[in-house]
Design a protein around this ligand. Structure first.
Ligand SMILES: *[C@@H]1O[C@H](CO)[C@@H](O)[C@H](O)[C@H]1NC(C)=O
Length: 401
């Protein structure tokens, strides 16, 4: 889906139109873009070696498990001081780019040497001609919920994320991108991690990175471990029990729309009921949390001085307001978003009025979206271990958010 908040859009009162953001993001992180691959002892390989050593014939399943060795993590850094998005180093062909991992879309696209010089800016570029195989006649064209978009041509190339490699990944090279993408030099493109059914490549739809690698992962899943104001990770192929507390609560996924759809239940603030959520999607590519208006108004009823502002197109409050925690029940377990996470940022630089990070889903065309405001602080598993027809989401609390 991708619904990126930007202060510029906020100031212009035009939340549905992507706007240049470079001047306004005052406190740019100097993002440390170092791939931090983790390496794990591969249990299956050890058993396989032992089995051969002692002369028994290893089972076919064991041989397969040993081949399925790919697992590991990649650093996900906030793109700016407002956690507008999280970006990760990704090697496409021989070029390392910084890409926004988006569980709300399914195209892997990049700024490239095919992008007009006037739009390249200081983005890192993918050089498809040097390393890729052009898929002749193939094109792509995507428009995101926030009005931003891009389009272009398609190569097949090697893509490496952390220690995980896809050997023939569709890399979609931009021949044009909207102004928001052009000016946001923190991000060189996206890695779509929703379902391949919504990939936009024509004439033949292409598989996402996850669909390409999942059979070679130790376990067909990935986890988002995003944090407020500091680097987290995306982990592929394994669960890292050091990163969450308690057990993981699983809930069924409805992917009929191509998204990681799920159902969220009751919400409370200060122990009082604030209504039920219903159908939602889990979307790392969206900055904020968008909920049914009754749930949102019940929350802000507990925030002194808050109002739903026409000028800013959403809920605002005095920056000094105390924001209560928010509880939501998912898969029979209660998850809590820390109140301070609902302060997105001042409405303009230096203002004492702040914009809320929980907003009504009228802003996202009626879609309820659990974006980064919810995801950071939690350990979210995008899981296909029950088979590709039974995807599920796993949720737990991060051990050190
Ligand atoms: C959230 O739920 C827990 C119990 O699961 C409760 O102790 C806490 O007060 C609730 N917080 C809110 C904000 O309602």
């Amino acid at each position: 889906m991708k619904y990126s908040m930007t202060l510029a859009a906020l100031a212009a009162g035009t939340l549905s139109v992507a706007a240049p953001t470079a001047d306004i993001k005052a406190h740019q992180f100097s993002v440390q873009q170092v791939a931090r691959g983790k390496h794990f002892k591969n249990g299956a390989i050890e058993i396989l070696k032992a089995s051969r050593k002692y002369g028994s014939t290893p089972s076919e399943a064991l041989v397969k498990a040993a081949a399925a060795a790919q697992q590991g993590s990649v650093t996900a850094s906030p793109s700016d001081s407002m956690d507008d998005s999280y970006i990760c180093p990704v090697t496409t062909g021989s070029n390392t780019l910084h890409l926004d991992f988006d569980t709300g879309s399914s195209d892997l696209w990049v700024f490239s040497t095919d992008t007009p010089a006037s739009e390249q800016g200081s983005h890192s570029l993918y050089n498809g001609e040097a390393t890729g195989k052009l898929l002749s006649g193939y094109t792509w064209d995507i428009t995101y919920e926030d009005g931003s978009g891009s389009k272009g041509i398609v190569y097949s190339d090697k893509v490496v994320i952390g220690p995980v490699t896809a050997t023939s990944q569709a890399v979609e090279a931009a021949t044009s991108a909207s102004s928001g993408f052009v000016s946001d030099t923190s991000t060189d493109g996206l890695v779509g991690l929703a379902f391949s059914s919504i990939n936009t490549v024509e004439p033949q739809q292409q598989l996402t990175f996850f669909d390409n690698v999942k059979s070679s992962l130790a376990s067909p899943l990935f986890a988002a471990v995003l944090k407020h104001g500091k680097a987290g990770t995306y982990d592929f192929g394994y669960l890292d029990s050091s990163k969450y507390t308690g057990s993981i609560a699983y809930t069924a996924v409805d992917n009929s729309q191509g998204f990681w759809g799920f159902t969220a239940g009751a919400t409370t603030v200060g122990g009082k009921s604030t209504g039920s959520v219903g159908a939602a999607i889990m979307d790392t590519g969206t900055t904020l949390l968008y909920l049914p208006s009754k749930v949102v108004s019940a929350y802000y009823a507990q925030v002194k001085g808050s109002s739903n502002s026409n000028t800013y197109g959403g809920y605002i409050f005095p920056c000094s307001a105390t924001l209560p925690d928010w509880n939501v029940s998912i898969g029979g377990t209660t998850f809590t978003v820390t109140g301070s996470y609902f302060n997105y940022s001042p409405v303009s630089s230096g203002s004492s009025t702040c914009y809320g990070a929980m907003q009504p889903n009228s802003q996202t065309g009626g879609s309820t979206v659990f974006g980064d405001t919810f995801i950071k602080g939690h350990y979210i598993v995008f899981d296909q271990t029950q088979g590709s027809n039974s995807p599920r989401l796993g949720l737990a609390k991060q051990s050190s958010p």
